[in-house]
Design a protein around this ligand. Sequence first.
Ligand SMILES: [Zn+2]
Ligand SMILES: [Zn+2]
Ligand SMILES: [Zn+2]
Length: 444
Amino acid sequence: MRIEEVTTGIVKYKESYSDKLGRYLVAAKKISPGEVILRDNPIVVGAASFNDNSLCFSCFRVIEPKPIGLKFPCPKCKVAIFCSKNCETRESFHTPEECKLLKDKLSESVNLDVRGILLLIRLLLIKKRNAEQWNQIMNLEAHLEERRNTLVWKERQEEIEILKSFEFFENDEDLQRLCGIIDVNSFELRSPGTLDSALRGLYAEAALMAHDCRGNTHLTVDDDFQLTVYANPEELGANLSSIYCPRCKEGLIRYEGKKMNPYLREKKWKCKKCQRFYSGALIKTTLELTKTRIDQADESRIKELETLLKNFSAMLHSNHFLMMSLKQKLLALYRKEITCLNPKKKILQRMMELCKGILQVLEIVEPGISRLKGIILYEIHLPIIIIANKDYALKEITSEDLAKRLEEAENYLKKSLSMLLIEPASTPEDRYRLRWIIKKLILK
Ligand SMILES: [Zn+2]
Ligand SMILES: [Zn+2]
Ligand SMILES: [Zn+2]
């Protein structure tokens, strides 16, 4: 997924400093919506601590459990696993130093799952390799004092004790600082080809964007984890952070202030319809409460997630990023449902509806070739085919209708294939998966 190239030679942001935020980036020139603000490659990438998938140590693709998934253990350390021979030879993430460390410290007798602390190990290894980059990392905000002796501090201390067995000689304070730096500055990333944000990546330049400024931007990340920051494409009609006015319930509220931080007490958020003003602090609290309710929901229950989606729809635009994350969670559940023998038509229709909604947003925020779009396009075609065949079997549609619907499904599939095939970083597994899709298409 390469969108357009950054305009080179124009400095769009500059570094600034405040006592409260530490160092951060501010726009140096007026940026129009949808414009690329910066591109950045990660310093490190690792799994989020709650991620219990088997991941390739190089490209972070999910390695499916056997017998489908092929797994290539690192021939040297035998601890790291890769998704392919290709990844085995890439040293950008599983570096020779990391390989040696894992080999030395994790013999057969010490059976330790390093996934949860891999990100920390990778950061600590930078210290020996690149002192300048290490200083850059340690200068990032850690909110150390706010964290001291809290629950998160104690949890991280457990990880720190494990790290010590790897003979990193930093003191506890520095290691806690490093944990803080990750928590404050890292970005949530997806494993390539999935919709779950279960990875974390640290980016030197993007980390400097003041936190509240992130609300005014939109991010995309390609399969090599290059991060692109766009000015908010709200005006393009994506409405990724649009909220409905609680008073008139019809107008959308927009931030009209000029500050970098839109979530202050000042009443600078205005309803387009009834003109009422709201404070940034209120908007922030509302979003935080909503996010907490989503986080606390039982992710395995369709009904619960659908109810949340319905309840929030009075308050959030259907394209709002919180609604999108709920829809993606639902889609994952429906995907499981339709693999059963005789999926209900209602479920198939709902899946189609969700796919179309997500696709509509992707068309705006990821124009052109996009892997994610390729996946969603693939997902749409399945329910269309099943519904068409069901309706035809029940004599609810004519054979011409059936042909028309199958053609529609085929068009989605073709479009999907064109995106997935063009994908520059396609691995042997991708090609394998594609061959499987094409075979299914021919057998249809
Ligand atoms: Zn891989
Ligand atoms: Zn290795
Ligand atoms: Zn209003």
